[in-house]
Design a protein around this ligand. Structure first.
Ligand code: GH3
Ligand code: MG
Ligand code: MG
Ligand code: MG
Ligand code: MG
Length: 304
């Protein structure tokens, strides 16, 4: 899932080619627009692909220690290891059968050697534009447009993933469901645009409260948010959420319609599971029940 600030970026190309004159020529055509890395062998190409992310591979077919068709097949069959890289074959195997084979193995395009500069640039540009469109599509599918944090769809997927990971790694998984207090009154008193701004501040506060790579924050629904804390026990999760609530209250967003304070607050319910032993079916429900308890006990508090 790409965050917005990752969307405007430079694109990385892996050139897999063994002929020095070809390498020099292609580097001359592309290195001013893209970050270009070179692999002269099959072995080097697979090493580089496994260790750093590339957007596009320009793939020769006849290599000293292997064959480009086989590399393509291997990469396509192991996407979880090599990522969603696009592949352009670049080869002197010019028969229609070879071209059809390259495309059927998962190649995105097929360029004949000798390579023409204008054609190469145009075809690379086209693939990069497709990559960019896919990234944008993925971003809008997974991120909430108002707060720019992951949305409900992304949360549901992450929960499934993290539940299985915690099961495998024998770790605890904590889930917090948060709900802004008296938010209907806030909208009624201050207007919808102010309500929207309040939701953005809420999201930003959570983002700065939960900073570990494994913490996952999402907008769960209207004025409800969810936080997944991987490998974190209940006591620590409650402490962290209490700190986050204190930081939010300190922002002192005026709310004369709140019955408890003169500023906006939130309530949260937290549930911790041991996915190795527990069933996932009650996880969300339990966090939700704790949230209702926090509301019943007077709001602006955390229950777990
Ligand atoms: P409680 O303390 O029990 O949570 O009361 P509440 O008023 O916060 O709860 P209620 O569920 O009655 O109201 C939620 C409000 O959230 C109503 C809805 O208009 C508002 N809301 C939901 N999504 C958005 C949004 O995207 N922008 C704005 N401005 N308001 C929203
Ligand atoms: Mg070659
Ligand atoms: Mg609500
Ligand atoms: Mg409500
Ligand atoms: Mg509410």
């Amino acid at each position: 899932m790409k965050e917005k600030n990752q969307l405007a970026r430079q694109y990385r190309i892996l050139l897999v080619e063994d002929e020095p004159t070809n390498i020099q020529m292609i580097a001359g055509y592309l290195s001013s627009d893209y970050i270009l890395t070179i692999a002269k062998t099959r072995k080097k190409a697979l090493e580089l692909l496994a260790s750093s992310p590339f957007d596009l591979m320009l793939l020769d077919i006849q290599l000293p220690d292997g064959n480009g068709f086989e590399i393509c097949q291997h990469v396509v069959a192991n996407r979880e290891k090599y990522g969603n890289i696009s592949i352009i074959f670049m080869t002197s195997l010019n028969s229609p059968n070879d071209e059809a084979r390259g495309l059927s193995l998962g190649g995105n395009d097929y360029i004949h050697k000798p390579v023409n500069e204008v054609v190469l640039r145009a075809r690379v540009k086209l693939q990069i534009q497709l990559i960019r469109k896919n990234e944008l599509l993925e971003h809008f599918t997974c991120f909430d447009g108002l707060t720019e944090i992951p949305n409900r769809r992304a949360f549901d997927e992450q929960l499934k993933k993290e539940w299985h990971r915690a099961r495998r790694e024998h770790k605890l998984l904590s889930l917090a469901i948060l709900d802004i207090d008296y938010f209907k009154q806030y909208n009624d008193l201050y207007g919808h645009p102010a309500g929207d701004q309040c939701l953005r501040i809420m999201a930003a506060n959570l983002t700065s409260s939960f900073v570990r790579n494994s913490d996952f924050i999402a907008r769960y629904g209207g004025e409800e948010f969810a936080v997944l804390l991987y490998g974190t026990d209940l006591e620590t999760s409650i402490q962290l959420m209490e700190k986050s609530l204190a930081a939010f209250i300190e922002k002192n967003i005026e709310h004369q319609g709140s019955s408890i304070r003169s500023c906006v607050t939130f309530s949260a319910g937290i549930c911790t599971a041991n996915p190795k032993a527990d069933s996932s079916s009650n996880f969300l429900n339990t966090a939700d029940k704790e949230l209702y308890l926090a509301k019943d006990l007077g709001r602006a508090q955390i229950c777990g």
